[in-house]
Design a protein around this ligand. Sequence first.
Ligand code: HQG
Length: 186
Amino acid sequence: MSSKHLTETSKFLSYVLRHEPHAIGLQLDAEGWVEIDALLAGATKAGRTLDLATLREVVDSSDKKRFTLSADGQRIRAAQGHSASGVNLQHTERQPPPVLYHGTAARFLESILQQGLIAGARHHVHLSQDTVTAVAVGQRYGKPVLLKVDAQRMHRQGFRFYQSENGVWLTEAVPVEFLLVDDQLT
Ligand code: HQG
């Protein structure tokens, strides 16, 4: 299958498994799972050609391991990034590394330096362990800016951190006092 078709299908899966399952008549459970049969049927009904082989190829080829299959292979979920209500993944709570990064766009900086990082539509603020990933995330919205998060100090003060099954660090919000604009991009 062409990489363009795989990317496009991956975006469709992110849309229904993270944000709008109802768009194709699906309901996710509290842990974000849905029966693969129901997903394929819903997609077909919505006029999209999606078969099991394609679905498995998208899952296997996802650079960020965005989707997880259940142990019995019957169900699928997005590993993180949800905004859908009624979904509340029990991500593993972990002690974070001393520093985490958040990539954003320059045009959001003023607001972030006033309010701190907020989750917005998603259930968590997303943080990365490495700067390359963070810059790529920020670049999706415009000229990227890299923010350094003092995760160690946050954790010491009782803020909780979680790691999704595909390795993304998550927290509820990051107050301004724990943020530093990293000047390596300027
Ligand atoms: C910004 C991708 C103004 C925030 C990535 C971001 C990630 C504020 C945007 C995942 C703000 C939200 C999530 C404030 C935060 N004022 N703007 N106070 N606080 N923002 O897409 O972190 O490829 O919901 O900086 O890898 O960009 O889809 O979050 O720019 O893990 O699998 O508000 O998406 O994964 O944007 O990206 P998003 P994100 P996938």
